[in-house]
Design a protein around this ligand. Structure first.
Ligand SMILES: Nc1ncnc2c1ncn2[C@@H]1O[C@H](COP(=O)(O)OP(=O)(O)O)[C@@H](O)[C@H]1O
Ligand SMILES: O=c1ccn([C@@H]2O[C@H](COP(=O)(O)O)[C@@H](O)[C@H]2O)c(=O)[nH]1
Length: 211
């Protein structure tokens, strides 16, 4: 059987730069086999609920995620089997009808606000990362991104942040920092941290004789 892929978990608050860090690591392995799994794509399907109700869902609570499906897919990928990854629509707040066919790869990066919260997910990871960015920077980044890319208004971002995102961050996301092997301040522009991560992944691949 082929050697186990390297699994990296990248957690951190909304807007901390998780996706940016993940993409930077990804770009270091263009010639190698690497894939990204976004925990966000595994939000529970809500297509049975009217949009008005979906607007009231707490998307920052661990129970909002279908981690059972995520675990099943990770286990398949680790066993070198392909999966059909769901696609999430942030504007409609539910899964889209499409799925993406994902082939197994040597390196898997799992990224999301609560990937370090579930012990079953943590146990699968070779490297656990927490992207640590101050809350004022994160809310500015989220505001810009959500208005540009996720169909939100300034008012809706502020209301959701104050009522749900901030308290859930303090209760569930921030405490998972203690599980991290590496804490990356400020995210994607931290080239030293990205370089160190890439070197570590290469050394694990070599140890497992994958490269
Ligand atoms: N170091 C940075 N400087 C400026 N903008 C950034 C930086 N890192 C990320 N961003 C921007 O902030 C927004 C949120 O970043 P993203 O990586 O998507 O965070 P997360 O995945 O943690 O929510 C994106 O629009 C991204 O382009
Ligand atoms: O339907 C949804 C699903 C998620 N959210 C928010 O997204 C962030 C997590 O994504 P990041 O890329 O890490 O910012 C989370 O804080 C949810 O509040 C949403 O608003 N609607």
């Amino acid at each position: 059987m082929a050697d186990k892929p390297v699994v990296i978990g990248v957690a951190g608050g909304t807007g901390s730069g998780k996706t940016t860090v993940t993409r930077s690591i990804y770009q270091h392995f263009v010639d190698k086999t690497i894939l990204m799994i976004e925990q966000d794509y595994y939000y529970k399907d809500q297509s049975h609920l009217p949009l008005k109700e979906r607007l009231n869902t707490n998307y920052d609570h661990p129970l909002a995620f279908d981690n059972d499906l995520l675990l099943e897919h990770l286990n398949d990928l680790i066993d070198r089997k392909p999966v059909k990854k769901p696609v999430y629509d942030y504007k409609l707040h539910t899964r889209s009808d499409e799925v993406v066919h994902v082939e197994p790869k040597d390196v898997i990066i799992l990224e999301g606000i609560l990937v370090l919260e579930d012990q079953r997910l943590r146990d699968m990871m070779d490297i656990k990362v927490f992207v640590d960015t101050d809350a004022d920077i994160r809310i500015i980044r989220r505001m810009m991104r959500d208005i540009k890319e996720r169909g939100r208004s300034i008012e809706s971002v502020i209301e959701q942040y104050e009522n749900v995102v901030r308290p859930m961050h303090l209760q569930f996301v921030e405490p998972t920092k203690r599980y991290a092997d590496i804490i990356i301040p400020e995210g994607g522009q931290n080239l030293v941290a990205i370089d160190l991560m890439t070197t570590k992944v290469r050394s694990i691949l070599e140890e497992r004789s994958i490269m």
